[in-house]
Design a protein around this ligand. Sequence first.
Ligand code: OGA
Ligand code: MN
Length: 445
Amino acid sequence: MEGVPSNYPKIGITNPNDVPYLTQLDQADGLIKSDPNAALFIFEEIITKSNRLSPRALYGKARCLDRLSEMNKSNNQLEQAIEAFLEVIALQSHVPDALLKLAAHRCVERLQFRGWNLKAVRVLQSLIKQFPNDLGFSNALGIQYLLVGKNAAAKEVFQTILNQSPENGVASVHLGFILKTTSKDPKDFEKAVQLMRAGIASGEEGTQDARFWYHLGEGLRRLGHEEEANTMYKLAVKKKVFRSFWQRSLYNVDHLRARPVWSKLETGQSENFKLLESNWKTIREEALSVLRDPQKGFEPEGENLKDKGDWGQFELYRQGRMISENCAKTPKTCALIQKIPAAFTNKRGQIKFSLMRPGTHVHAHTGPTNCRLRAHLGLQVPKNGLLRLRVADENLTWVEGQIIVFDDSFDHEVWHEADGDRIVLIVDIWHPDLDDQTKATLSPI
Ligand code: OGA
Ligand code: MN
């Protein structure tokens, strides 16, 4: 480029319209982090002098506003930053590709953060038109569709990428993930496993998310490849994807005691548990009244965890919020729960009745978080035949009027081949090692 020494380090992001201002641009770039206001002032000056044609000045302005929006937690500045990034993108052929990609990448991130997902879709679509061979933008569009729940659109995008480039790891893991989590067809499961296995093995950036490892392992096990699943889990522990071979939750806090089965005493809730146990018949009567109710109320488990049989739930609290219309049907149970802050404030947990009919098998699965412990109060427990809850490598069962406590972030599985319906009250409590300050920062699950 004329007037630019060939060893100029930022040559790849520099355009002829930037050249008259190189010294100021470099100086301002150096100030963005430490003094974004001063940098912004310099960039604005160059923008005016260059008739808004210096891409680096426009990009610099966007980064200053971006930085200021973070420092001031200001949506207004965030929106200005987004606008400035969009102005860089709009310069199209006047922007060096490398700079355009930087601006586009950050612009999409910021649009997502602002919740402007449809706009992010449109930006990505126009970038794909401009750079049809850059599959990074196509993958970003697929991920964007997933974020807004448009699974079919996401599927199509990832499939198109794989038609063009079958080795693309990011598209593989995502398409596999969609197939695994949305389809019940065993053929799709087979394909999902192949895709996730190949995608993870690619090692590409964006392929190592714990969700992919989790669903690959689960898919393998459901297809009967237990050994490969176990080998994979061990590797995932080595890579710090999972906390341990048995504990595979995805939303975790560090340094919490981790063991599959707990005694009531260890939870620090023994008084509260005694309260529930001593009222178990009242609680059972309310559960049975919901069952007798012609409108029923129990809903089938909806997470595709059941292998065979019949398993339903009646939810009383979700994410630390009472479900009033259900509590109206079981007022005494909810009044008891209202005496247990570790339960009713638990926004990473649930409180529900669980009804399981004979002949049910629940696939091995893992809860989402290590922030809770799960108490089961036995309400109606058939006595004849196999009725078993496996948590990691320990086996439990239920006794009427008694609470058992386990950590559902550990792999667990249920078999019910006994001779009658089984009903338990499931009460999630906060993990006793969590302090209030940490709890306050946690997102609900
Ligand atoms: C659980 C679970 C099955 C049951 O509580 O996490 O999987 O027995 N329970 O209701
Ligand atoms: Mn479970």
